[in-house]
Design a protein around this ligand. Structure first.
Ligand SMILES: NC(=O)c1ccc[n+]([C@@H]2O[C@H](COP(=O)([O-])OP(=O)(O)OC[C@H]3O[C@@H](n4cnc5c(N)ncnc54)[C@H](O)[C@@H]3O)[C@@H](O)[C@H]2O)c1
Ligand SMILES: N[C@@H](CCO)C(=O)O
Ligand code: NA
Length: 431
C-alpha cells in the first residue's frame, strides 16, 4: 500500500448508509488495494446511537456537525434533504475534505455552490448514486463522453412510477388502485408525493441536463408533470397504437432557427412505441437513453434504487475520491462553461397524441383539422373508427411548440361536435 490511510465519515445509516457501512467493512482489503491506501471508516453519524446495536459502538455519534469538523478526509453523506446537510457539506468542502453523496434533492438546487466550494479548496464532489442508483451514468456523461456533443438524455429515472405504470399497462387497472398495490408491496413510500408527482425525477433531470450540456439547470427550471392523472383510458389508447406510457425525464439540446441553443429539461408522462428500448424497461428498473453526435445512441440500464445497488455507486465514488487523494489530484471539475439558457416548456417542440370521441357526421374531421391549422400545428396521422352514434378519432401531430399544442387541445375540448377528449399525451421516440 503506498498512501496514508483515507479516513471516512459516514453521515446517515439508513437504507443506503447501512449497506455502505457493511461493504466498507467487509471489503476493506479490496477497497484499499483499489484506492492505493487503506479506506478507514472513522465515524458514523446517526440520529440515535442506542438504536444501532449492530454497528461498532465506538464509531457512533449523534453529532454529525462535529464529525464533519473532525480529522477525516472524506464525507459520505446519506441523510438526504437540504438543511442541515448543505451547511455541513459546504463546511467540509471549504476545508478541503472530499464529499460523496446520493442526495439528488440537494444537488439539483445547490450544485453550483457546492462545486465552487469544492473547486476553491481542491476537493472532490462525487454523486453517482444521486441519479439512477447503481447505474454508472454520471461519470460516463462527465468523463467518457467529455469529447462528444450530447444532444439528448432521456430516461426512466424513478423506479416507483415505472413500477406503477408497468403494472397499469399489464393489468389495465387504474392509477389509484395500482398505487395502493405498490404501497402494499413496499415499492411506493408512505408519502409517495416526491415520486408520483415527478419531483424526484425533476431533480434527476436537473442533474443530468447540467452535466450533459455543461450548463446550470436546477430542479425549479425543470417542467414537471407526475403520473397521478394517467388513466386506464390513456394506457388503452397507447396500447391500441402499439405504444406504452412511461414517465420520462427528458433533457434535450434545442437549436432555434437562428442557430442559438438552449436546453429543454422536463418530466412528464409520454407514449413511446413498444419497440423503443425504454418501453421494455419494466418494474422498478431504471434506464437512460443518451444520444451524442459521434457516439450515436447509448442505453444505460439497471437498478436505480435500493440499499445495496445504491451503495455500489457510493463505494465506486468513494474509491475514486480516495484514489485521487492518494495520488494528490482530483477528479473532473464541474463544467458549466456552455451556460445554455433553459427553454420554457411552452416554446419546447413536442408532439401530441390526442384521442377524441366526436359526433359521427359529415364535416367533423374537417372542423377538428381546422383548429390544428389555426394553431399552426401539423397533423402527422389520423385514425377514425366508427361506433354507433359517435366516431373515435386518434390524431398524432408533428413537432410543434408545446404551448400551441396545448391551446389546440383546449379549443378542441370546447367544440360541440367533440363528445369527449379521451386521452391527451405527448409522444416520444419515433420519427
Ligand atoms: N433508498 C434508495 O434507494 C436511494 C436511491 C438513490 C439515492 N438515495 C438517496 O440517498 C440518501 C439516503 O437515502 P436512504 O433511503 O438511505 O434514507 P433513509 O431515510 O433510509 O436514511 C437516512 C438516515 O439518516 C438519518 N438521519 C437523519 N438526520 C440525521 C442527522 N441529523 N444525523 C445523523 N443521521 C440522521 C435517519 O435517521 C436515517 O437513518 C437520500 O439522499 C436519498 O435521496 C436513496
Ligand atoms: N424514490 C426513488 C428512489 C431512487 O432515487 C425511486 O423510486 O426511484
Ligand atoms: Na448512478
Amino acid at each position: 500500500m503506498d498512501g496514508k490511510t483515507v479516513r471516512v465519515a459516514l453521515l446517515g445509516c439508513g437504507t443506503v448508509g447501512s449497506e455502505v457501512a457493511r461493504l466498507l467493512t467487509e471489503q476493506a482489503d479490496e477497497l484499499a488495494a483499489r484506492a492505493g491506501a487503506p479506506v478507514e471508516l472513522a465515524g458514523i453519524a446517526v440520529r440515535r446511537p442506542d438504536k444501532h446495536p449492530e454497528l461498532p459502538q465506538h464509531l457512533l455519534t449523534s453529532d454529525a456537525a462535529a464529525l464533519v469538523e473532525s480529522d477525516v478526509d472524506v464525507i459520505v453523506e446519506l441523510i438526504g434533504g437540504i438543511e442541515p446537510v448543505r451547511t455541513w457539506l459546504l463546511t467540509a468542502l471549504r476545508k478541503g475534505k472530499s464529499v460523496v453523496t446520493a442526495n439528488k434533492a440537494l444537488l439539483a438546487e445547490y450544485s453550483a455552490e457546492l462545486s465552487e466550494a469544492a473547486d476553491s479548496a481542491g476537493a472532490d464532489l462525487y454523486f453517482e448514486a444521486s441519479v439512477a442508483g447503481a447505474i454508472p451514468l454520471l461519470r460516463p456523461l462527465r468523463e467518457s463522453l467529455a469529447g462528444d456533443r450530447i444532444t439528448k438524455v432521456m430516461g426512466i429515472v424513478n423506479g416507483t412510477t415505472n413500477f406503477i405504470l408497468s403494472a397499469m399497462d399489464s393489468s389495465g387497472a387504474g392509477y389509484a388502485e395500482t398505487l395502493d398495490e405498490a404501497s402494499r408491496l413496499g415499492y411506493a413510500e408512505a408519502d409517495p408525493t416526491a415520486d408520483v408527482d415527478g419531483y424526484d425525477a425533476a431533480s434527476k433531470a436537473a442533474i443530468l441536463a447540467s452535466l450533459a450540456f455543461h450548463s446550470r439547470v436546477t430542479a425549479s427550471d425543470v417542467y414537471r408533470e407526475g403520473i397521478a392523472n394517467v388513466t386506464s383510458s390513456d394506457i388503452a389508447a397507447a396500447k391500441a397504437l402499439g405504444r406504452t406510457v412511461k414517465l420520462l425525464s427528458i433533457c434535450e439540446r434545442v437549436t432555434a432557427d437562428d442557430g442559438t441553443e438552449s436546453v429543454s429539461a422536463r418530466v412528464h408522462p409520454v407514449m413511446i412505441p413498444r419497440s423503443h428500448p425504454l418501453a421494455g424497461v419494466g418494474g422498478a428498473f431504471n434506464a437512460v437513453f443518451v444520444e451524442a453526435d459521434a457516439a450515436g445512441e447509448l442505453m444505460f440500464y439497471g437498478q436505480g434504487a435500493g440499499g445495496a445497488p445504491t451503495a455500489s455507486a457510493v463505494l465506486g465514488d468513494l474509491v475514486a475520491v480516495a484514489r485521487n487523494r492518494v495520488l494528490g489530484g482530483r477528479g473532473p471539475r464541474e463544467s458549466a462553461h456552455a451556460a445554455l439558457p433553459v427553454r420554457p416548456m411552452g416554446q419546447t417542440p413536442t408532439r401530441y397524441h390526442i384521442s377524441l370521441d366526436v359526433a359521427d357526421k359529415p364535416g367533423v374531421l374537417a372542423q377538428v383539422a381546422q383548429v390544428f391549422a389555426a394553431h399552426e400545428v401539423s397533423i402527422a396521422a389520423v385514425r377514425q373508427r366508427d361506433r354507433l352514434s359517435t366516431a373515435s378519432l386518434v390524431i398524432v401531430t408533428h413537432l410543434a411548440p408545446d404551448a400551441a399544442l396545448r391551446a389546440t387541445v383546449e379549443e378542441i375540448g370546447k367544440m360541440d361536435v367533440v363528445h369527449e377528449v379521451v386521452s391527451v399525451m405527448r409522444v416520444e421516440g419515433e420519427d
